[in-house]
Every structure is written in structure tokens, then in C-alpha cells.
Design a protein around this ligand. Sequence first.
Ligand code: ADP
Length: 479
Amino acid sequence: MNIRTKLFLGIGILAGLIILLVTISVVNLQILTVTEPDSPLAMPRLQSALIWVSVTGGICVLIGLTFLVWLPRSIDRPVKELTRGILEIANHNYGKRLDLKGNEEFRRVADSFNKMAEQLTKYRASTLADILSAKKFLEAIVNSINDPIIGLSREREILFINNEALNVLNLKRENVIRESAEELALKNDLLRRLIRELVTPGEKKEPLKIYADNKESYFQAFYIPIKNVEVGEDEWQNLGDVILLKNITEFKELDSAKTTFISTISHELKTPISAIMMSLQLLEDKRVGSLNEEQEQLSKSIKENSERLLNITGELLNVTQVETGKLQIMPKITKPIELIEYAIKANRVQADRFNIQIEVEYPEGKIPKLFVDSEKIAWVLTNLLSNAIRYSKENGRVIIGARQDEEYIELYVQDFGKGIDPRYHQSIFDRYFRVPGTKVQGSGLGLSISKDFVEAHGGTLTVESDLGKGSRFVMKLKA
Ligand code: ADP
């Protein structure tokens, strides 16, 4: 029975009883009206009228009270049941079902509720299955990558690791998933190094030498932070990191073949170039015979080009020294002014040719001596001064100097030439890099070798430069 029918029935019964009560009252009233008050029938009729009215009135009150109690209860109970059901669903308990007996409306509500819960159960099962299959798919992708890859949570727990990484790290999957990488690193050298590099960002990462594929291999580690923006948040949250090891053995082998090749060629070229220069010296010797003006010009040009060739082969040899790790520093006590004088002497001809004035800034008082490989540092200073002259305008001026900065000595070269765009302040120290559009001839090696030489002494080489204003290169060495 539905609530409407119940209400109709209840109110109908009540209305019927009230009508009956009124009719009985009216009939009795009429009977009493026609009865003489003194007649012997008056008393029994009055009593019978009172009984009828009281009984019917009592039944009306009883039925009314029954409705008053039963009707709200019959609505309240299923509503409470329904509320409890909704709360269970809200708490992801999709197994909850309702069984509301009695009212037809509530039975329909319970049916709809149960259908909804069933659909939600199916939906959850399907999303869970989808998520699981997507997870499996991603794991398959990660495993099919030939490079070792490790995924870490924010707390540095290993979330995923592919077979290649397990192989390289000599670990077993069942022992690492969901384990703290930092704890595992205590017993694993390679993992320790990877974690250490992860927590010290910014440092230059050297390739890792690892025994893999039955041979010594080289891997370059890449650290990729995983970030995400939570719903309703503005800031990027760090979710963890991925460590990717790229096998660079092939490149390393090619690189070392290239270095050997450059080294051999440079050595081989040095001898013929020296022979050309010796022959030129003989040619210029008046005792051998005098040259006419045209021949003199030609010999000058041959000399200049041979010197350039000799410089380049020298630079290439320096590069190979650095790259093969054969760079040897032989330090001795050196006065900074000696290095400056050497650099000026080496660049005198070039400076005169472009009419560049070289100014020396050297403190009056005593400046501490340096303990450096004077040949190497003189080479760097010569190279910086040569750059300053080459990249200055004719008739310009350059400054070379030294100053003490606490326990450091700064050797600097400043020019007022074209300057360097800040975009290239890092790249000019890379091998073979030349600022785009540079017309002056060069190899792009000088600054990179200079940086290597200075860093091999534990010093730094930096640049301050603005376009159109000139550049200042500063070499900072421990006094
Ligand atoms: P090179 O001068 O042989 O090209 P370097 O390694 O010495 O090689 O310099 C790299 C590049 O940096 C140069 O090609 C040039 O573009 C730029 N550069 C270096 N020194 C200066 C300077 N003093 N002024 C302007 N540009 C410079």
C-alpha cells in the first residue's frame, strides 16, 4: 500500500466516524427533543445517546491517535534507513543494499538505491581493472626500455624499476619494490652514487663506469623530477624522481677514437709546420739571397698562416691532454707579474698590428706569489689577452692586471670591444663554441682549454660582459 492510499484510507475512516458521530448525535438529539423531560423514557434515551456518542467519539480519538503515531513512524523509519544507506555509499561501501518493506514509494526508492549501488560497484570494479591494466601497460613500457630506469617516490621509495636497472644494479625485483632506496644504497655502491648525485643537484655529473653486457660500459645519469599540480592548488608539488641511465659506451668509444685521431694528427702536423717555419727563416736570411718586395709579402703570409696552424695544433694537443686525463700540472712558485709580462710579450706583435694599447694594472704593494704550473697559466693569460686584442676595435685599449682578494689572486683581462651577449656567457667555455656571427677567425677552443687548465689548479675562470661595452675575464687562483 502506498502512502497516499494509506492517508486516504486513514482520513476516510476518520471522516466516516466523525460523520457517524455527528449523525448519532443529531439522531439522539432529535429523539431527546421529542421526548418529554418528565417521561420515564427520557432517562434511558439520554443514557443510550451518551453511550453512542461516547463510544463513537472514543473510537474516533483512538483511530486518530493510532494514525498520529503510526503514520510519522512509517515514514521516519525508511527515511533513516535511506540516510544510513547514502552515508555508506559516500564512504565507498558500495556493497550496501536497502530492504524497505511497507510503503510502495519507499520500496521503489530502495530499488533505485540498490540499482545505483550495483552500478557503482560495477564502475569501481571496471575503473580498478582499467587502472590495473594501465599500470601493467606502463610497467611493460618501462621494462621494454633498454636503458636502466628507476622511479622514486618523494620519500625515496622505489616505485618501479626496469629489468635493465635491476641487472646493472645487481638487485632482485622482490627485494626492492616499495623499499627505501637510501637504505638499499647502504649495501649497493652504484645506487649510493646515484642517490648522492640526486640529492646534490647542479653538480657536473661524470659518466658512471659500470660492468654491464659482459664489458665495461659507460652510463650518463639523468635525474628527472616528477611534478604535479593537485586539484584546487596552484603550486607544483614534487611527487618524486625518475633516474634514467643512458648507455653512452658507444659515444665514449667514438669520442676516445676522435681524441686519439686528433692527437695523432696534431703531432704529425707539428713536424712539417716546424719544417716550413725553419725553411722560411732560411728564406728570409739575407745570406741565402735577398727577396723582392712581392716575395717578402708572400713569405710573411706563409709565416703568419704557419703560426696559426702551429697555434691550432697546440690547442688541439691541449684538448687531447685534457680529454685523455693526461693533463699534468707541475706547479712552482710564480710571481703574477711574470705571467702578465709573458702574455704581453707573446701578444706584442698582434697588438701593434691593430694599434691596441695594453695597460697594466698591478698593485703597488707586495702581491703574494702563486703556486701554479706557470706554463699553463701563462698560456691561459696569453689566450685571454689575444682574445681581448682580436675582439677589440683598431686603436682600442685593453687592460691586463692582478689584484688580491683575501686569500685569492685575481688575474684579469679587460677589453672595450664588442662584448658578449649574456646568453652565451656559459657556452663560450664549451669546446668548439663560437658566438654566432663572429667574423674574427678562431677555433672555439681557447676558452674551454683555459677553463680546464684553471680548474685543474682548483681555480675559476669567469666572464663579465655586456654587448657593446666590452668583456672582462677573471681567473681566480689560490694565493
Ligand atoms: P676563438 O676565439 O678561437 O673562437 P675562444 O674559445 O677563445 O675561441 O672563444 C670562444 C668565443 O667566445 C669566440 O669565438 C668569441 O665569439 C667569444 N669571445 C671570446 N673572447 C671574447 C672577447 N674578449 N670579446 C668578445 N667575444 C669573445
